[in-house]
Design a protein around this ligand. Structure first.
Ligand code: S3P
Length: 174
């Protein structure tokens, strides 16, 4: 792979699952910012949010991806859903690789997250209302950050991966 692949998108859109499968298809490495941060923190993201707050978490996300800029090669990087909220982070992600937004509808997102207890931003209140508000705020952010948009609703992992492969080949990046 000539350029790294960066996956962005809302919580529950499948960045970690697609990223892992994509890395096997491309025979390349796979990293996930949430997993790396949990290792660094020595606790879950939910615990870290509770102890240090969201602002500190965002700082740590930026610190992590800064380390990848200019050093990461042959890797699929899955990112936390809020990472592109900082303009600075978007610049860094674009330096790291080709940015794909895994886009999922509000309905699909709610259906995927309804059993989830790991995401601090969705922990309290009505899930559908929260997803509606956050997605509304974030759609333009993902849109602006993405080099390519992959609509994921109704598609299998296989179809999503094929689409990303096709884009990478067409752009001469595979
Ligand atoms: C967040 C998304 C989560 C995680 C944290 C905050 C967000 O990652 O980074 O809970 O602000 O959207 P996933 O998108 O992998 O769930």
């Amino acid at each position: 792979m000539k350029k790294n692949i960066v996956l962005i998108g809302f919580m529950g859109c499948g960045k970690t699952s697609v990223g892992g499968k994509l890395s096997r298809a491309f025979h390349c490495g796979f990293l996930d910012t949430d997993q790396l941060l949990e290792e660094e923190f020595g606790c879950t993201i939910r615990e870290f949010f509770g102890r240090e707050g969201e602002e500190e978490f965002r700082k740590r996300e930026t610190g992590l991806i800064k380390r990848f800029s200019g050093t990461l090669e042959n890797t699929v990087l899955a990112t936390g859903g809020g990472l592109p909220l900082r303009a600075e982070n978007v610049e860094i992600l674009k330096e790291i690789g080709v940015v794909f937004w895994l886009k999922a509808s509000e309905e699909m997102t709610v259906a995927r997250l309804c059993e989830d207890t790991s995401r601090p931003l969705l922990a309290q209140g009505n899930l559908a209302e929260k997803v509606h508000r956050l997605l509304g705020e974030r759609m333009p952010v993902y849109q602006a950050a993405a080099d390519h948009i992959i609509e994921t609703d109704g598609k299998s992992f296989y179809e999503i991966i094929k689409e990303i492969e096709t884009v990478m080949r067409c752009c001469g990046n595979a």
